[in-house]
Design a protein around this ligand. Structure first.
Ligand SMILES: Nc1ncnc2c1ncn2[C@@H]1O[C@H](COP(=O)(O)OP(=O)(O)O)[C@@H](O)[C@H]1O
Ligand SMILES: [Mg+2]
Length: 249
């Protein structure tokens, strides 16, 4: 579904990502781990086209996407979250989700000439928002401001925002960071539920316990380079992985 071939990125003298090749197949949950500064977020930024790569290729759904815009890849169904949740702190949860445009391909003319249809789209949009808030146990808080949510609830709201755009793959940057153990368990259940409904994930996180639980396969980056890949069991026994984690702590 997602293929990355020989991707590299330099920031001045720093080679943040070096010749990384990886793939994610439909229905998989793939993890991306590595110590701080390993290049994980930079790799996500290139895949979601927030950053241009210096070399390499990215394909999504059998199509090269390197030359597309971030908006175009979102339209194709590649969505990512940010390490620090974005969204609108001063808006309610309902409003935070209502502002995500409906993915209906409506042109400006239909807005004037098909009022009935627009009303239906608005109603569908609202129903979808409420449905998602219920799924993620946020419905009771729908009228609260996003700034009053806990770190974990904000991460869930971020997942809802992504789901509003009908993703085919979700790239999650540190969904477990700052999340307490009870909420972390809920996050695990939500991700596994979405996968059982057909979703595909690429997930960055520092919490190896969390990554080992949810992932089918894991890639480990260190100093911008891929140093290992395999199942959770293989990765947890990999000497190179152990040494970069011990070295980093
Ligand atoms: N915009 C930037 N400008 C300069 N250097 C950057 C930038 N973004 C990341 N880096 C550097 O690239 C390396 C990888 O960073 P990053 O991708 O954020 O790592 P990770 O997410 O694995 O912690 C680090 O050395 C970091 O300092
Ligand atoms: Mg990062």
């Amino acid at each position: 579904m997602l293929q990355v071939k020989g991707l590299s990125k330099n920031f001045g003298g720093v080679q943040a990502v070096k010749n990384v090749t990886l793939e994610v197949n439909k229905g998989e949950i793939v993890g991306l781990i590595g110590p701080n500064g390993a290049g994980k977020t930079t790799l996500f930024n290139m895949i979601s086209l927030f950053l241009t790569s210096n070399s390499g290729e990215i394909s999504f759904l059998e199509e090269k996407i390197d030359i597309a815009t971030p908006e175009a890849v979102v339209g194709k169904g590649l969505l990512r979250t940010f390490q620090t949740p974005v969204g609108f702190p001063k808006l309610s949860l309902l409003e935070n989700l209502m502002v995500v445009p409906p993915n209906e391909g409506e042109g400006i003319f239909s807005i004037f000439f098909k009022k009935k249809k627009i009303t239906r789209i608005e109603q569908d949009h609202y129903d979808k928002v409420c449905g998602l808030l219920r799924q993620f146990n946020l419905y009771e808080k729908r009228n609260e401001l996003a700034e009053n949510l806990s770190a974990a609830e904000l991460k869930l709201l971020e997942l809802c925002r992504q789901l509003m755009a009908n993703p085919k793959i979700m790239l999650l940057d540190e969904p477990a960071s700052g999340v307490n153990p009870i909420m972390l368990e809920k996050m695990v259940q939500h991700i596994l539920r979405l996968r059982s409904e057909g979703m595909t994930f690429l997930v960055i996180d520092h919490n190896l316990g969390f990554i080992y639980r949810i992932c089918d396969r894991i890639y480990c980056l260190a100093n911008g380079e891929l140093i290992a890949s395999g199942t959770p069991e293989e990765i947890s026994n990999n000497e190179k992985v152990k040494s970069v984690y011990l070295g980093a702590s």
